[in-house]
Design a protein around this ligand. Structure first.
Ligand code: SAM
Length: 277
């Protein structure tokens, strides 16, 4: 039984980091006319109302998107173009990864979205009902991913963004990445993680680094120091086969995100090559 609903968390500091990286990857794929494929293993509902009763209960976006703007981050103009498109004056809507992809995909590109939660699937399916570029499936994202690789376009990005509700999911993510990479070694993979217990992330990272997969970068933003109490103190994303421009962009952006989004003095960031090319 899935209890996680992304509507409580939309626009928080973790979404900001993840979506900034996703936009950079999509921008890179747009540089060639050749079609590409976007695969989202855990798509969520697609679009979120920040003034809804659910979002208002926790107001997590106030720890993320509400604290930054394009004036402070001119280098993130493409990311902010999606936000501005959805919000005329006030910030009332935040795009999930599928709606970010929708903004950038061209007529020749294709997207596959997986979402298991019945209500979120329904919302997502309705949003893309008339868009022939998008296929929306209510099925397990890990199984769906393997069945789609390699994509006919032989160019693409896979976003793996689970809710980590099940303990075993930390292992399942790395298993899925290793299997997927065997079928589609040239694809770009963006794997999101929350730091709730640092030991779990260290273990995932050790497995990923020892997997034999080359060219992996890591971008992490910690808004608080690691802690033993329950709660996400940091968030990160590993990118396999990143665009050549991503590392420099994140070196510029991460210190600024840290200053804007830090919740305590001990906040920090990491921008690292985990495995060289
Ligand atoms: N990628 C979205 C974004 O950036 O806007 C957010 C996704 S949210 C963190 C994770 C989603 O995965 C939830 O909506 C949850 O219902 C869904 N989910 C959980 N397990 C799944 C699975 N095995 N396959 C597909 N979807 C799953």
């Amino acid at each position: 039984m899935l209890s996680y609903r992304h509507s409580f968390h939309a626009g928080n500091f973790a979404d900001v980091l993840k979506h900034v990286v996703l936009v950079e990857i999509l921008q890179h794929l747009l540089k060639k006319d050749k079609p590409f494929t976007y695969i989202d293993t855990h798509a969520g509902a697609g679009l979120y109302a920040l003034d809804s009763a659910v979002a208002n209960k926790v107001q997590e976006y106030k720890t993320g998107i509400a604290l930054i703007d394009e004036q402070q981050f001119p280098e993130l103009a493409s990311y902010f173009s999606v936000i501005h498109d959805l919000n005329a004056k006030q910030l009332t809507r935040y795009p999930g990864s599928p709606v970010i992809a929708e903004h950038f995909l061209r007529s020749q590109d294709h997207a596959w979205l997986h979402e298991l939660h019945p209500a979120d699937f329904k919302t997502l399916h309705k949003h893309f009902a008339n868009d022939a570029r998008f296929v929306v499936k209510q099925r397990d994202g890990y199984t769906g991913l393997l069945s789609l690789l390699p994509p006919p376009s032989r160019r693409g990005v896979v976003l793996i963004d689970p809710s980590y509700e099940i303990k075993n999911e930390y292992n399942q993510v790395i298993d899925a990445v290793i299997k997927s990479h065997k079928k589609f070694a040239t694809g770009t993979y963006a794997i999101w993680y929350p730091v709730v217990q640092r030991a779990r992330i260290r273990q995932m990272e050790r497995r990923l680094a020892a997997s034999g997969i080359k060219n992996i970068q890591k971008f992490e933003l910690a808004v608080q120091a690691d802690a033993d109490e329950y709660g996400m103190t940091a968030t990160g994303i590993w990118v396999i086969n990143p665009p050549w421009s991503l590392f420099d962009k994140m070196q510029l952006v991460l210190p600024k995100l840290k200053s804007c989004l830090a919740q305590e003095q001990a906040a920090f960031y990491q921008c690292e090559v985990l495995v060289a090319e």
